[in-house]
Design a protein around this ligand. Structure first.
Ligand code: URA
Length: 437
């Protein structure tokens, strides 16, 4: 078999066999196939797509490209949660401790930022000393002990996806349904949880721009998960404007902490409760969504979730003091308001553009090896449907480099549309819960 023939076959719209998919995945994992050939194949897949069988073959080949975690040493139902990626999506940071405080065994594997979207691991590294590169034994011990651990993708876990993920990030091949479905599900299957709650984002900040595409992706992933014997549930939620107000690593951590203190923005609390309810039901801790929501809300009211976050940060080597004093998180040298250019209602905030602004400030990666600046980003003070007066701040920009800030500010304005009336506000949650097998 030759990689050249596989690229050409897909470029010409052909169907790849399971053997061809296994060949390129194992060759790439062993570094026998170079990045440039895999980039070409990714672009061919981007344009030609993969059918259901090819996607399943790719998922399985990537899941088995490394170790499949055995979490049987953890008692109870192990629940993982995963978002397809968005802007300002710090859900896991608040939700994981909330669910753990309700007795759920949160055994979660997370990724880094991708394209214009942020990643949980980058965000967690805002806690000084925090590490997600933890050994499997620690992961298991921690979930057994305090009910929560989040680990990064180790070199041994779905290594093919790890390499492909980084490559796709810099070759404009992220937003392909089959590539996203196989990337996410390969990691989820390899990470070993019994139940998987998927948050499939739709809108301008999501990889899937329309509800139809998001639903198709949700169905595909649910089918893969259930087919592999994992209880898999998907929620489709809106990502047509940034979630909550903060965009940027440490800024989002602070917003998650505020949420656990009962001061979270409503449009962020809502998805936490919806997804959390699914986790509690899947983990057998609640009978229905009403009971689950009450339990989750109580973890905020009693401070149990905040305490759980501190425990979790400490267990993974981070400084828990920042949980109680977020001013200890990385802070940018400058904070400046971005004034509204005119009076009017905000009709649209192009979410991907806001994600790009954060990336341009240094909060995301331009190349595979870029170092990111955890302190930079934006905090929006007005959202879609709000009225602003000329000169009032639309957002505060946190930055360290004035040259980058000037470019990001220009891009920021392009993300906004204003109107004479509020228009129709998109629902925060599309609330479609799929549980198909
Ligand atoms: N998240 C992933 O893990 N993979 C993708 O391809 C996109 C989002």
């Amino acid at each position: 078999m030759r990689m050249y023939d596989i690229i050409m076959k897909k470029r010409n719209g052909g169907r790849l066999s399971t053997e061809e998919i296994s060949f390129f995945i194992s060759g790439y994992t062993r570094e026998e196939i170079p990045d440039y050939q895999v980039s070409a194949l990714m672009m061919a897949i981007y344009f030609q797509g993969l059918d259901e069988e090819e996607t399943l073959a790719l998922t399985m080949a990537m899941a088995h490209s490394g170790e499949m975690l055995d979490l049987s040493a953890i008692e109870g139902v192990k629940v993982d949660k995963h978002s397809t990626g968005g802007v300002g999506d710090k859900t896991s940071l608040a939700l994981a401790p909330m669910a753990a405080a309700c007795g759920i065994k949160v055994a979660k594997m997370s990724g880094r930022g991708l394209g214009h979207t942020g990643g949980t691991i980058d965000k967690l590294e805002s806690f000084k000393g925090f590490s997600t590169a933890i050994p499997q034994e620690q992961f298991i011990r921690q979930v057994n002990g305090i009910g929560i651990s989040i680990m990064g993708q180790t070199a041994d876990l779905a290594p093919a996806d790890k390499k492909l993920y980084a490559l796709r990030d810099v070759t404009a091949t992220v937003d392909s349904m089959s590539l996203i479905a196989s990337s996410i599900m390969s990691k989820k299957l390899a990470a070993g949880a019994d139940a998987i709650v998927l948050d499939v984002k739709t809108g301008s900040g999501a990889f899937m721009k329309t509800e139809e595409e998001a639903l198709a992706l949700a169905r595909e992933m649910v089918k893969i998960g259930n087919g592999a014997g994992r209880h898999t549930i998907a929620v489709v939620s809106d990502m047509d404007q940034p979630l909550g107000r903060a965009v940027g690593n440490a800024l989002e951590v602070k917003e998650a902490i505020d949420t656990l203190r009962g001061q979270g923005p409503a449009d962020f609390v809502a998805p936490c409760l919806t997804l959390g309810s699914q986790m509690l039901i899947a983990g057998g801790k609640a009978q229905d969504t009403r009971q689950a929501r009450d339990m989750l809300q109580q973890t905020i009211e009693t401070g149990a979730a905040l305490k759980k976050l501190a425990q979790f940060v400490q267990a993974q080597g981070g400084d828990p003091a920042a949980v109680y004093d977020p001013s200890l998180l990385p802070r940018a040298a400058y904070t400046e308001p971005i004034p509204a250019p005119a009076d009017g209602y905000i009709r649209q905030i192009r979410c991907d553009e806001i994600g790009m602004c954060s990336l341009m400030l240094g909060g995301g990666r331009e190349t595979k090896d870029s170092e990111i600046d955890l302190s930079v980003g934006l905090v929006l003070t007005a959202k879609v449907g709000d009225y602003v007066k000329n000169g009032e701040p639309l957002a505060y920009m946190h930055f360290n480099d004035p040259v980058k800030a000037a470019a990001a500010r220009e891009r920021f304005y392009q993300a906004y549309s204003f109107g004479a009336d509020a228009g129709e506000k998109a629902p925060v949650l599309i609330h479609r819960i799929l549980q198909e097998s």
